[in-house]
Design a protein around this ligand. Structure first.
Ligand SMILES: Cc1cc2nc3c(=O)[nH]c(=O)nc-3n(C[C@H](O)[C@H](O)[C@H](O)COP(=O)(O)OP(=O)(O)OC[C@H]3O[C@@H](n4cnc5c(N)ncnc54)[C@H](O)[C@@H]3O)c2cc1C
Length: 423
């Protein structure tokens, strides 16, 4: 069996590994020169319900990547407003750790390989085609997984945001995102809230060295720095556009919340540089991601696939999806959970085995099913879903699915009959 994964973000990495664990050959195709996609600039793990989801995955035998991340954290078990027991991975060193691990497990990685078309017959993809550098490439497989994410290309950022802010996806260099499902003729869904189509990414990064030594030292020591924004500057800037509803708390409006992920992660989509430099300690501030972080950020959640709870794309025989492509799912944890299931099911499909849906008695299964139903409604398309806050975390708590006790989590996975299912 041969599975082709298109898009090497967290979802694609998890999918690739899950296929290998089922004994399949897997090719992971990534348009840029590094894996992890938007995970190259993220870093927050295990906050709120993400702790439960990570432990569930470990209990289900799909936890290797979570464990590698845990080992590469700058801070563990820290708290920032509204987010207890968080850990922060080092964005500067994470990618090579994962790349080496996947290679060691036999995932065949093709970087600088951008897929821009599909060959189809009888509702099945036969091959995907594109370019690796200047060379034309064609990859055939038994099943395909679309993990191309929902960020960019620059035309979307220009149309629905403030233009290309030069984010980590580097579309002008590597070419913009191309959705595989859309190339197959699948009508994709678009996140929208009021008049805003898609959503602007919710954090940016400052060079830690460009901040005052006191702020830098606090970040290095505690992982978190909360700096009040003087009232006159709050009035100067408009920060209402947020991708992440889990950060829609007054603390994030009144303060600059900074997290140490290697850089100083600033928990707002963007902040005008001139205004920022008026705040004590930020006089020399400089953006690291996106480079034009004073003006805007990437636009995401345009182009999500209709899918079932096996993460198979509706209307397609052999196409699966995961990560942001599988719904308005925000986060690395969410991408790893769905990526693992999509990879596992693509392998089952190729082996002609019954596909797996995770039961709703575990948070991972409940989130996948809940987001699918929400995305079928106009109102549901106006929200984002994450284990870490907002609507879905509330639901987790109400259903008794949130726990920070690894033993209890292992027990609930065992009760659901899912122990080691991904092993
Ligand atoms: C600035 C920012 C900060 C964030 N911070 C956090 C955080 O701290 N914690 C957290 O949990 N979440 C965070 N998130 C959200 C999180 O990063 C994403 O929701 C999640 O990682 C998405 O993973 P993905 O694999 O679905 O998509 P992506 O990360 O978008 O990956 C998709 C990949 O597909 C590739 N690709 C696209 N089209 C093609 C093609 N045609 N051919 C080949 N390759 C292609 C892209 O280059 C990319 O590498 C952040 C997001 C952003 C933008």
């Amino acid at each position: 069996m041969k599975i082709i994964v298109i898009g090497g973000g967290w979802a694609g990495c998890a999918a690739g590994l899950a296929v290998r664990k089922q004994g399949g050959q897997v090719l992971l195709l990534e348009r840029a020169d590094m894996l992890l996609g938007t995970g190259l600039v993220g870093g927050i793990m295990r906050n709120n319900g993400r702790f439960t989801a990570a432990e569930e995955m470990i209990a289900m035998g799909g936890g290797e990547i979570f464990e590698l991340i845990d080992q590469n954290c700058l801070h563990r078990d820290i708290e920032f407003p509204g987010h207890p027991h968080a850990s922060l991975y080092n964005v500067a060193t994470m990618e090579p750790v994962i790349k080496r691990y996947l290679l060691a497990k036999g995932v065949e990685i093709h970087l600088k390989t951008r897929i821009d078309d599909v060959e189809m017959k009888d509702g099945e993809i036969r091959a995907v085609t594109g370019k690796k550098g200047e060379e034309k490439v064609r990859f055939t497989g038994d099943a395909f997984i679309d993990t191309t994410g929902t960020a960019g290309p620059p035309g979307q950022c220009a149309k629905y945001g403030n233009g290309c802010a030069m984010c980590i996806l580097r579309c002008p260099t590597f070419g913009g995102r191309v959705s595989i499902a859309a190339k197959c003729g699948v009508t994709e869904m678009i996140g929208k809230k009021g008049t805003q189509i898609g959503a602007m990414s919710g954090s940016c990064k400052l060079l830690k060295e460009s901040l005052s030594p006191e702020i830098g030292a606090t970040l290095n020591r505690k992982g978190v720095a909360v700096i009040p924004i003087p009232g006159h500057i709050q009035n100067e800037v408009e920060l209402s556009i947020k991708a992440c509803q889990q950060y829609a708390l007054p603390e994030y409006h009144d303060n600059l919340v900074l997290l140490n992920t290697g850089h100083a992660k600033l928990m707002v989509p963007f902040f005008p540089l001139e205004a920022l430099r008026k705040i004590p300690g930020f006089e020399n501030a400089r953006y690291e991601d996106p480079y034009a972080g004073g003006l805007g950020n990437s636009i995401r959640y345009i182009g999500m696939s209709p899918r079932d709870d096996y993460l198979k794309v509706r209307g397609m025989e052999n196409l699966f999806c995961a990560g942001e492509k599988a719904g308005l799912l925000v986060g690395h944890t969410e991408a790893l959970v769905t990526g693992t299931l999509a990879g596992h099911n693509a392998a089952r499909f190729a082996k002609k085995e019954k596909l797996l849906a995770l039961p709703q008695t575990v948070a991972a299964g409940d989130a996948i099913a809940f987001v699918r139903t929400q995305m079928e409604t106009e109102e549901g398309l106006g929200y984002k879903y994450t284990f870490s806050g907002s609507i879905y975390f509330e639901r987790m708590k109400q259903k008794g699915l949130y726990s920070t006790d690894p033993t209890a989590i292992r027990e609930s996975v065992a009760k659901a009959g899912m122990t080691g299912i991904f092993s």
